[in-house]
Ligand binder design. Structure first.
Ligand code: ADP
Ligand code: MG
Length: 323
């Protein structure tokens, strides 16, 4: 069992950020409205995720760590239409095969919480403990028993920055959930979960950014575009500040990047890139999704229309803001 789980772990768990992604998605699936993510040593030494979601019933705790155990019914096609994110039932079994995992969980109906540990696939006993409603998962010493995998990790600093990027995107993707991110005891940001995108950007990127945001909101047949464009004073030296979401999912897409940059053309100096947070909402049938546990690629059937729609509107909004 352990070997199979370790191999499966290769699919799900590439680095600390992939662990964090799975666990935060679980928290959101459980209806959490507040999620705290804490990492130490880039997440290699420790990842602690606390949520105020449903918690897990005592009788379900061990099952949750079994391979292909999922309480969620969905399929890949649901990804762009449904809110249920998890669909494989492999995250907990995979993560606990290659790390030391401790879970404390309590449902609203039970009087006490349950503590359970699985170290490198070795299951411990269920223990009753006092706990608030919700779930805390601690993942220690990632890849401690698979040194060949550990070798592929980058420095703790770099791995930590991947986790930070991920949490920023998840927070922007879910304005109704409060995210608290702590990196090596350093309080990085805490979003309110009140749904306000502008406040969210302010909380994540700081005061200077929110002072220079230009709202954009437009629609053409079947495509909606909404969000904030950074004023040209906010231009950055890499694409890392171009944030876009399609039907609520963060994606990277070269075509969308180029469309935005083209819209900014007259304001962009060489080797500079815009800051933006854009939500695109469109018919899921017009998007082909290629899903891999660690990334998401999409292909738009109406590429050209989408490109022009984004380019023209970005250009116009920036121009009218100038006047
Ligand atoms: P999946 O999310 O695909 O179902 P996972 O291995 O990620 O598979 O999780 C297994 C199960 O454990 C979930 O289906 C869910 O029932 C339970 N679970 C995991 N994390 C949480 C959480 N934070 N809160 C409540 N239930 C959870
Ligand atoms: Mg899951």
């Amino acid at each position: 069992k352990n070997t199979i789980d370790q191999i499966a772990a290769g699919e799900v768990v590439e680095r600390p950020s992939s662990v964090v992604k799975e666990l935060v998605e679980n928290a959101m699936d459980a209806g959490a409205k507040a999620i705290t993510v804490e990492i130490q040593g880039g997440g290699i030494d420790l990842i602690r995720i606390t949520d105020n979601g449903s918690g897990i019933e005592r009788s379900e705790v061990k099952k949750a760590f079994l391979r292909h155990a999922t309480s969620k019914l969905s399929n890949i096609g649901d990804l762009f239409s449904l809110k249920t994110l998890g669909f494989r039932g492999e995250a907990l079994s995979s993560i606990s095969a290659i790390a030391q995992v401790e879970m404390v969980t309590k449902t609203a109906d039970s009087l006490t919480g349950i503590r359970y540990t699985v170290n490198g696939g070795q299951e411990g006993e269920l223990e009753e403990v006092g706990a608030p409603n919700g779930t805390t998962i601690i993942v220690r010493n990632l890849f401690y028993n698979t040194p060949a995998r550990k070798k592929f990790l980058k420095s703790p600093r770099t791995e930590g920055s991947y986790v930070a990027d991920l949490i920023e995107h998840l927070a922007m993707d879910n304005p109704d959930v409060s995210f608290h991110f702590i990196n090596n005891k350093d309080d990085r940001f805490h979003t309110s979960g009140n749904g306000d995108l502008k406040e969210l950007i302010y909380r994540i990127y700081g005061r200077d950014v929110s002072m220079a945001l230009v709202p954009i909101k437009c629609e053409t047949d079947g495509i909606q575009l909404e969000g904030y464009l950074g004023e040209p004073t906010l231009n950055r030296s890499n694409r890392g500040f171009e944030n876009f979401f399609v039907n609520g999912r963060y994606i990277k897409d070269r075509m969308i990047s180029l469309a935005i940059e083209e819209g900014y053309k007259q304001y962009l100096m060489q080797h500079k890139f815009p800051f933006c947070v854009l939500h695109i909402v469109m018919d899921p049938d017009l998007i082909d999704v290629n899903v891999h546990p660690s990334k998401m690629e999409v292909k738009f059937q109406n590429q050209h229309t989408l490109f022009e729609f984004i380019r023209i509107n970005v250009e116009q909004v920036l121009k009218s803001h100038e006047m």
